[in-house]
Design a protein around this ligand. Structure first.
Ligand code: GLN
Ligand code: ZN
Length: 757
């Protein structure tokens, strides 16, 4: 028997079947029964995939119609009061997506992944009660198919750690209220079968080693392990090491501990206590977050190292985390270069990898099937080929990276800004936008047709130029000071650049769930990055030629390009980022030579790239700032560099933002008044700031009065000389009918204020 384990499996379906049926249901084009039917089929198919790969420990309750955290709120009966009166799927989807009477619950990133969960809203007044229906049913669903599953739950400490209190701060105060529900649930589970394994996910342990959190672990797990003697509890964490929590967990009666040895090498320090306390170690050794084919020999080396301390009878081999974070199967990648495809592995392929490694480790080699042997052979060859491929290694890029000299701009900000003001004179409170304008049906269609060969090059250019003309005409008429071309040629701010950079690959069907039914298809970086030719210069120069006003050039920054891609794992991320930075610096140089005076380098994902563990933050900040600076280092003092970030809470990172040394930063603040701007004042931030004055995430058209008030609030914090006026973010998801009046009102608001001043 191969002892192996999959933490969790993607549920959206290999052809995004779940997405499609949910959206149909939401549009009232089918009943929920139909959606349930599809869901049952998917669950079975996903279990069968795992079964046929010889996976021993397959999960139930890793399926979800929207999100597992939301499922946990339902299980506990943690329903915010605005949803009372609703039930079943109506309740569930109202919590996730809102309804006519109640706004949706907030959603945020699951640790450092691009998956978003629904944030529980708790209050001391709540009374909780168990709803175990989904969990019990899913177990029985598998059982009728003759598949014995382990049951996945999100642990109480992680659940509380990721919740928010609506009546205070400390969510952990509510532990005593939710533990009885977990106990009741385990008691229900214990009736399902003679012996059952329950996997309790506690990734919060990988992020937070606060003594207060650590002190909760033993009492919690002492209670949960006392509920039923026929349940074996395995506590798993991932994305980082959790050595501190492990020390506590080994002294409880849990049966097993799951650790991530890919993203938490320090977990090796825990082997001794796990072995000596007789716990099962569920060793996450196949990368569940990246798309590269596993290197069997490296993995066996790691396993042998683990095996020197932990005996085989205590060892189970696993994926490093749920496979939710990688695309489904390579089966549909028909357009990919075969050489590149041979380096990759998605969720279905990873099943085989986990299974194969466990056979190699535990079983006699003679017991391997011909298929297994074949698999091992190709896997070895593919990995060697990848290492040596000419597609990956570019001497010229490596040499350039090794020889980067200085990356500071020629003059300090104080001096640069004088030169810039003299040259451009945008006046006080200059108005601008973040880059994109509404992506109309026509624009999307033109891009699609061009890509598929149904629209010829010159017609495509004409269509895009017409759109740019319209954007410019509107901005001039509206009276905006610094214009943009509107980004009609871009489907996505990372993909657009990725497609033009050497070393980047794209998938056809590499969808990964981002939230609910929403999936993203991240591009992947497989080789050294370079820029064969300018990427934006023609569009921006064309736009500049159509106006006497200043046209702002628009680029995506290196850290964001990196954070929204799958990244090669054979060199450090910081090296990859540096390569991208050099490519961007070339683009800036070309834009500048073409007469562009302001260039914005978007770093929307700068903050989300932060490591989970505080100890790793300084290193990340150092290279992330370095690479932004490398990217803009080719800008002359008179070229004004803007950056844009899609969030507002800079309290912890204001010094880092300052160190990036952009001349102007635009941020998202419209929903927080001037509260979050205070930090710029407190920190003595000198560079210019464009705090968003209206929320682009809503179709609402803000009035002149409203924005006058908003701008006055900003002026209470920062002097008028330091402020720009702009929306929160790009406008591409909005309609022209919303954007036109909103921007007119924004400009009008600035006029009103200027008169008052
Ligand atoms: N320039 C981009 C746009 O306007 C920025 C988007 C973003 O930061 N998310 O769409
Ligand atoms: Zn933004």
């Amino acid at each position: 028997m191969s002892k192996n384990w999959i933490i969790g499996f993607p549920r959206i379906g290999e052809q995004r079947e779940l997405k499609k049926i949910l959206e149909k249901f939401w549009a009232r084009e089918c009943s929920f029964d139909e959606a349930e039917k599809v869901a049952r089929k998917l669950k079975e198919r996903h279990w069968r995939y795992q079964q046929s790969a010889d996976i021993e420990h397959i999960s139930s309750n890793d399926f979800s119609y929207y999100d597992n955290m939301l499922d946990t709120s339902i299980m506990l009966g943690a329903i915010p009061s605005r949803f009372t009166g609703l039930k079943d799927e109506e309740l569930y989807f109202s919590m996730a997506r809102g309804n006519n009477d109640a706004v949706a619950m907030a959603m945020t990133k699951w640790f450092n992944t691009n998956y978003h969960y629904i944030v529980p809203e708790l209050s001391a007044k709540d009374s909780y009660s168990l709803n175990a229906k989904k969990i019990l049913e899913e177990y029985n669903e598998a059982k009728t198919l003759d598949i014995k599953t382990k049951i996945n739950l999100i642990g109480p400490i992680t659940y509380l750690g990721l919740s928010k209190r609506i009546d205070g701060d400390d969510t952990f105060e509510l532990l005593y209220k939710i533990l009885p529900i977990y106990e009741e649930l385990l008691s229900e589970i214990s009736k399902l079968d003679k012996n059952i394994i329950v996997q309790i996910d506690e990734p919060y342990f990988a992020k937070n080693a606060d003594p207060k959190i650590l002190s909760l672990i033993k009492p919690t797990y002492d209670r949960l392990t006392s509920v039923a003697s026929n349940i074996d509890i395995a506590v798993v964490s991932y994305f980082e090491h959790s050595t501190e929590a492990t020390k506590v967990l080994v002294n409880t009666k849990i049966w097993g501990i799951g650790l991530d040895f890919i993203y938490g090498k320090e977990n090796l320090e825990s082997l001794n206590v796990i072995a000596s306390n007789n716990k099962q170690l569920i060793a996450g050794i196949v990368d569940g977050r990246n798309i590269w084919k596993n290197d069997i020999d490296d993995t066996l080396l790691l396993l042998n190292q683990i095996g020197r301390t932990v005996p085989s009878k205590q060892l189970i081999i696993a994926s490093s985390c749920s496979l939710l974070h990688v695309p489904f199967t390579l089966k549909y990648e028909e357009n990919m270069k075969p050489e590149i495809k041979s380096w990759l592995s998605y969720a279905v392929e990873k099943l085989d990898e986990v299974s194969l490694v466990s056979k190699l480790y535990f079983d006699d080699e003679k017991s391997l099937s011909p298929r297994d042997n074949e698999h091992i052979k190709t896997s070895r060859v593919d990995n060697i080929n990848r290492r040596n491929s000419v597609l990956i290694h570019d001497k010229a890029v490596q040499k350039r990276v090794a020889n980067i000299g200085k990356w500071e701009r020629d003059l300090q900000f104080d001096e640069r800004i004088k030169i810039q003001r003299e040259k451009m004179d945008c006046g006080i409170l200059p108005t601008t936008t973040i880059g994109s304008f509404p992506q109309t049906v026509e624009v999307r269609k033109a891009r699609r047709d061009y890509k598929s060969g149904n629209l010829d090059h010159s017609s495509y250019i004409d269509e895009m130029r017409n759109y740019i003309d319209e954007c410019i005409e509107f901005q001039e008429e509206c009276g905006i000071d610094v214009l943009v071309h509107g980004e009609p040629e871009r489907n996505d701010m990372v993909e657009y650049f990725g497609e033009q950079l050497k070393g980047y690959g794209f998938s056809q069907n590499g969808w990964v769930q981002s939230y609910g039914s929403r999936c993203v298809k991240p591009p992947f970086i497989y080789g050294d990055i370079s820029r064969p030719r300018p990427m934006t210069v023609e569009w921006i120069s064309y736009a500049q030629s159509k106006t006497d006003k200043i046209m702002k050039g628009m680029l995506t920054g290196p850290v964001t390009i990196l954070n929204w891609s799958f990244v090669r794992d054979d060199i450090p991320r910081s090296e990859v980022s540096k390569q991208i930075a050099l490519a961007i610096s070339d683009e800036i140089s070309d834009l500048q030579d073409a007469g562009i005076q302001i260039i914005q380098v978007d770093e929307a994902a700068f903050k989300e790239g932060y490591p989970l563990r505080e100890a790793n933050i300084p290193t990340y900040e150092a290279w992330a700032v370095r690479d932004f600076k490398i990217a803009v280092s080719t800008a002359k003092p008179e070229t004004q560099i803007h950056t844009h970030m899609c969030y507002s809470d800079f309290n912890d990172i204001i010094r880092t933002i300052e160190a990036m040394d952009a001349d102007v930063i635009s941020i998202e603040t419209s929903r927080s008044g001037n509260r979050l701007l205070q930090i710029f004042k407190e920190a003595g931030y000198k560079q210019e700031v464009g705090p968003g004055v209206y929320d682009i995430h809503s179709p609402r058209i803000p009035s002149v009065d409203e924005m006058v008030k908003q701008i006055n609030l900003l002026l209470e914090v920062l002097p008028k000389e330091q402020l720009w006026i702009n929306p929160d973010c790009g406008l591409k998801t909005r309609k022209w009918e919303e954007v036109r009046p909103s921007l007119r009102n924004m400009v009008e608001a600035v006029r009103t204020i200027k008169k008052e001043i």
